[in-house]
Design a protein around this ligand. Structure first.
Ligand code: BEZ
Length: 222
């Protein structure tokens, strides 16, 4: 069964390079990025894991934990960590699941047999503190992912969980957001005192509500 947005992320136990975990307990009340990579000691994966390690301060700011997975052994993960440090300049600072029996990979649909019968493809699951799946995507083994995009979507999810807004194409945190069409103008005037620019009645742009007044350069008439 394919896991879909809104589903509860299945619980599992696993061994990782930082110890044995029960996934839900390990996640606690944080957001989680659970991602699979095909194989240790491969070039694209090496660059990806180095970049995820580099993003740790950004994850911390947002209350996000990362956890990777491949079907390689614990011993392999530990040896590969040295190569990641040496070539990418970052210490592996998040757990890597050693899913040798493919239990977690099968549970999360990380093996796509028509693409590769044995090894995982590049999946990403963003899971919220209620353990709900909020974003999934799958890349082929030959294409490294854009983890800045994962962060960008987490920014959008965290913002839209708190305010009646959505985020437009290519949005980044701090840029103008869309007031959702179900909010009337009268209600919007109460919720968005900084005003909005109306391109259409269903397309009203307002400053990112998390910005402080001094950070806003917004012209409601422009
Ligand atoms: C890589 O990480 O470079 C890779 C892994 C498996 C298949 C293709 C590329």
């Amino acid at each position: 069964m394919t896991l879909q947005l809104g589903d509860t992320a299945p619980e599992f136990s696993a061994v990782t390079n930082t110890g044995a975990i029960n996934f839900h307990e390990w996640a606690g009340s944080d957001w989680v990025i659970l991602f699979s990579h095909p194989k240790d000691f491969t070039p694209v994966c090496t660059t990806e894991l180095g970049y995820v390690a580099r993003l740790k301060p950004e994850f911390d700011k947002r209350g996000v934990k990362a956890i990777g997975l491949s079907v390689d052994s614990l011993d392999s993960h530990e040896k590969w960590a040295d190569d990641i440090r040496e070539t990418q300049g970052y210490e592996l600072n998040f757990p890597l699941i050693a899913d040798q029996d493919r239990k977690v990979a099968r549970l999360y649909g990380m093996i796509h047999p028509q693409h590769d019968e044995l090894y995982t493809v590049r999946t990403v699951f963003v899971i919220d503190p209620r353990k709900k799946i909020r974003l999934t995507f799958t890349y082929p083994q030959t294409a490294g992912r854009n983890f800045d995009e994962v962060l960008r979507v987490i920014d959008s999810l965290q913002l839209t969980d708190s305010y009646s807004v959505s985020t437009p194409v290519n949005w980044n945190a701090g840029q103008d957001v869309i007031i959702v069409p179900s909010v009337s103008d009268a209600d919007a005037a109460r919720r968005f005192p900084r005003g909005w620019r109306e391109a259409k009645s269903y397309l009203r742009l307002t400053p990112d509500p998390r910005l402080s007044s001094s950070e806003i350069d917004f012209d409601a008439t422009g």
